[in-house]
Every structure is written in C-alpha cells, then in structure tokens.
Design a protein around this ligand. Structure first.
Ligand code: MG
Length: 369
C-alpha cells in the first residue's frame, strides 16, 4: 500500500508561541510507516492559501498548523477537492478545531492526522470570501478589522479591544433577504454560522450543524447595557437562542441589501462586503480530518484504566490499611513541615536574590558553614 501524502503548513506568527516545538512533535509522533510528510513554513499573509491551493488533489491531507486565520486560508484552498483539511490548533480561539473535537494538545492532533479519518462539511460563501466556521457583519466584524492592526495579538489584547470599542460602537440598520423573507433590523451584529461557535467555546449558534446544508443566521439586535451579563452567560452556556435580543434563522441563501459597503469577517479575518452581497452555502464542499469514534477511548481513557489495573495488581489489599495509616500520619506531620519551611523561606529568598544579582555576602556564607 502506498503511503499517505501529508503536507503540514506552519504559520510561525499565528496565535501563541508553540511553533518552535511543533516541528519536533510532528517528526516524533508521525506514523512514518504509513505517512510521507513535508513541512512548509508560511512567509507572508495569504501564503498558506497559495500553498494549499497548489497542493489540492496532489496530496491526501494539507494540515493547517496555526490559528483560525491559517485554518481558513488552508481550507479555502481545498474546497471541492479530494484533499482533506487537517488542523493542529495553535491559535487563540480555535473555533473549527473545537467544533470538530480536535484536541488542543498537538500530540493528539497529530495522532488524528495519522489516522486520517475524514468527513465532509459545508462551507459558507459571503461576498467573494469563504468561511468554514462563522462569518459576520456588525460589531464582531468591526473588532476583527481593529484587531488586525494590533501589534501584539492574544486573548488579553482582544478583550481589551472589545472593552475599549464597545462603548463607542453604535448598532446599525441592516436589510436582509433571507430565503425570500425580508428582515429589517437594527442589529449589534449578525453572524452567519456554519459551526456553533466563534471559538473558545463561545457558542453563537448552539443548534448549528456543519453538514445540514443550512446557514444559521444569528441576528443580535441592539440591546441595553443591563442585558450584557445575561448575553455573555448565555453565549458561554450554549443557550444564546433563549435570549430575546437574539433571533436565529436557518437559511439556504441570504441577500444583503444595504446602502453602504460593510465591514465583515470570515472566521475572524477582516473582509470587506459590498452593499449588495450574497451569503450562500456550498453543501459538503470540504473534506476535513476528524477523530475516529473510538479515538478518545484509546487516548484518554485507556491510560486511566491501565493505572487502575496497575494499582490493583501491585498493591495487595492488606497493604491498603498501611497506606491509609501512612497518609494519616503524614497529614498530622504536615503543619510542622510547613512551619519549619516557612521559617527558612526569607533566608532562601535572600540568598537567591544575592546570587542572582551578584550581591553575595561573606557574612552569610560564613554563617552557613
Ligand atoms: Mg449548517
């Protein structure tokens, strides 16, 4: 049997700094008996898309190693091809990875790539852009445009930006033709959801399915400030659909009919949308690599079973009373140990400071001897 061909595309700049070690992990955990792999680093924005488009139908899997932006770039290069999108999530949101149950621990993500189980998912087309996860207009799009200009990008900077921009932001009027029904709304934002979540388990469309050929349109109307805590809790607890400021409509096609061009986002990446634009769905247009049904049993639960068996086999029952006694005795000893160590701490700290800054005191050295 010929080996599967897999290309890993690593974005060295996205998300949190895991990239230095990721190449070693790929080398270590790849099943080389069954897989031939190559690693390519991206060098500029849009490069991941160029590479993946050039590899479509030439390799079995192209793996995006990066955040949601990299996943979007790689994925849209593969739409309609036989080549599957794999993900090693290294971003701050990891929306699609979370939705597909791909573990954030890279070792397990690589093991899933080794197994190469795939399924087909829908893709959303918004204007000229593609979204695999969630696209939108309104406040979240506005934030994605601002965030693209921030130099240091992380969850903290993202939350800061939201806190700073929220008081200034005004809800806008939108006209949408959703499957031939006209909706006119003053909305804070409107999301077009393929998956249930933006990322970080913030669920904008709890009932969305990525293989039903439908877009979950989530219209969040202008709301008073006192509604914010409830909205946030509901976003995190997967029941935003119960909020009175939120409408969710399942749709096949949406026409945006607005007076002005709009700021938009596709999977968190800023895009521009003309006043009249279509949002449509490409049913089952993308192959993605997903965990097998028993992956988590073999990875997560087997070690726990092994440990239980090990304990049962190695500790005879009569010793358990011993262990219990030793634990009890040790617990009684703990306050003394803590007390003794606490007295030492000022000395240890002082010595460490002296050593670190080269302030060694002869007096202390003498005392120690
Ligand atoms: Mg759907």
């Amino acid at each position: 049997m010929s080996k599967r061909k897999i290309a890993y595309i690593i974005n060295p700049h996205s998300g949190i700094g895991k990239k230095n070690i990721i190449e070693g992990e790929i080398e270590h955990f790849t099943n080389k008996d069954e897989v031939d792999y190559q690693i390519i680093y991206t060098e500029y924005a849009g490069h991941a898309h160029e590479i993946s488009a050039s590899l479509r139908d030439k390799v079995d899997i192209v793996v995006a190693v990066g955040g949601d932006g990299t996943v979007n770039e790689v994925g849209r290069g593969l739409i309609g091809s036989q080549t599957a999108l794999g993900i090693i999530p290294c971003g701050s949101g990891n929306g699609l990875a979370r939705e597909l149950d791909i573990p954030l621990r890279s070792q397990h993500a690589i093991e899933i790539i080794n197994e190469s189980i795939t399924k087909q998912i829908d893709v959303i087309k918004i204007g000229d852009s593609y979204s695999l996860n969630v696209a939108g207009i309104g406040f979240d799009a506005y934030i994605s445009h601002k965030f693209a200009k921030v130099k240091t990008r992380g969850p903290l900077q993202y939350m800061n930006l939201i806190a700073r921009e929220y008081p200034k932001y005004k809800s806008r009027e939108y006209v949408l033709d959703i499957d031939s029904h006209i909706f006119q709304r003053k909305a804070f934002f409107i999301s077009f959801a393929n998956s249930t979540q933006w990322g970080n388990n913030v669920h904008i469309a709890p009932g969305a399915m990525m293989d039903d050929g439908l877009i979950d349109v989530c219209i969040v109307s202008e709301f008073p400030n006192y509604a914010i805590p409830t909205l946030l809790v509901q976003l995190l607890s997967q029941n935003i659909d119960a909020n009175k400021y939120d409408e969710i409509i399942k749709a096949k096609e949406i026409d945006l009919c607005n007076k002005r061009a709009m700021l938009g986002h596709a999977d968190g990446e800023p895009i521009r949308i003309p006043p009249h634009a279509k949002v449509s769905i490409l049913p089952l247009a993308l192959k993605v690599v997903v965990p097998s049904n028993d992956f988590f049993e073999s990875v997560r639960f087997a070690p726990a079973e092994d440990i239980k068996k090990f304990i049962q086999q190695t500790i005879p029952l009569q010793n358990i009373q011993d262990i219990h006694n030793r634990v009890i005795n040790n617990i009684q000893d703990i306050p003394n140990i803590v007390k003794d160590n606490l007295q030492d701490i000022p000395n240890i700290v002082r010595k460490n400071i002296q050593n670190t800054f080269g302030l060694g005191s002869n007096k202390d050295d003498k005392e120690e001897k």
